[in-house]
Design a protein around this ligand. Sequence first.
Ligand code: FAD
Length: 409
Amino acid sequence: MTQPRHHDIVIIGGGAAGTSVAASLLRQRPTLDVAVIEPSDTHYYQPAFTLVGGGTYALEDTARPQARTLPHNATWIRQPVTALKPEQQRVVLNNGNEIHYRALVVAPGIELNWSAIEGLPEALGQGGVCSNYDPSLARYTWQCIDSLKAGRALFTQPSTPIKCAGAPQKIAYLAAHQWQKRQQSHQIQAQFYSGMGALFSVPDFVPHLQNVAIDYGIGINLKHDLIRVDGERHIATFKVTDQNGKSHDVEETYDVLHVTPPQRAPQFVRDSTLANEAGWLNVDAHTLQNPEYPEVFSLGDASSLPTSKTAAAVRKQAPVVVKNLLAFLDKEPLTARYDGYTSCPVVTGYGEVMLAEFTYGGTVTPTLPLNPFKRSRFYWVVKKHLLPPFYWRYMLRGKEGDIAHKERH
Ligand SMILES: Cc1cc2nc3c(=O)[nH]c(=O)nc-3n(C[C@H](O)[C@H](O)[C@H](O)COP(=O)(O)OP(=O)(O)OC[C@H]3O[C@@H](n4cnc5c(N)ncnc54)[C@H](O)[C@@H]3O)c2cc1C
């Protein structure tokens, strides 16, 4: 049998996490043999999908060719990974080839599970059923918002973990603001449905976000999980769970339905012995290293890290993986530690953002000494104009200079 191809460091996924780690490793040690396994030709700046759906950002500006975003001195393997063989230090590609590694970084992002909702795959992209979670659908979200003059608009969030847990709300606020500006609010009934038990995972932000929804007249329906879409009859069915854990179904009519699909770890991660019980790639919450296979690290949406899944979190995780991975290669102790930092710029309307920054346990840790609960014009400018170039030119190039976040009272 032929020997599998070998690379010192293999990185699965060339998204926000994989590219940042590859670039930083090669910036610090240009002679390292790094391979990135990435099947897609296009790298998307996903945080701007919300703005595309809100009609205030061009979809083209969210996309760059992968050939330009991956570091030029990394080897790019254009195949999806289909299996992990940690006991042999190998990954298996879709074409059957195997790659042997000395250290592995697993960062393939999250899987969107559209078909978990009956009727949704058939209904999507027409008849008012839209989603910012797929770039091919985000522009249709804006068409739906822009063309609605009267009727019912429903915005959903599933009960599974999702990337950017604030995104389902953000588009509801943008839509409601748009209808308010056009003085159509009284003709449009907007409702937010979440499978979760709270509007946001960090309790400190909840009353402030509730006030935003109240100001726009958006109804909040918690413990409502979308389970079925009847695209022809324009009916969305929710499974509603009461305080005693009992559930029943409720049907709602809609004119516009913005869906955030249920999400889970990619199948090859769920199927592997490296996954935790929930299917995420199991790593220590602080070192980002797998407890059983010390040569395996993970970060980003596919990892088991108990924090909100965002590119902002990846920005803080990547330097930890890089430092600890280099220490592992050098047979030194792992000293870098991740504190769970993540941030969610909750767009509360055109020209305003409430920037939620927090660490493990929901401790609010702003980077700047500004009131984090205030809707801010400044953070809108940061979100729309400063973060995209920061992402492309700084984070994806492996640059790590940083302003420290901290708990402020
Ligand atoms: C609508 C929306 C709004 C968002 N808003 C924000 C925001 O405001 N702020 C914020 O910080 N974050 C936001 N995010 C989340 C952010 O984009 C993700 O958390 C971030 O991209 C995660 O990085 P990642 O590298 O783990 O995954 P990704 O960036 O998704 O990259 C994963 C990569 O792995 C590749 N891959 C997949 N399967 C395989 C396989 N089998 N083999 C090899 N490669 C594979 C994919 O092609 C992809 O390139 C938003 C996301 C969405 C969808």
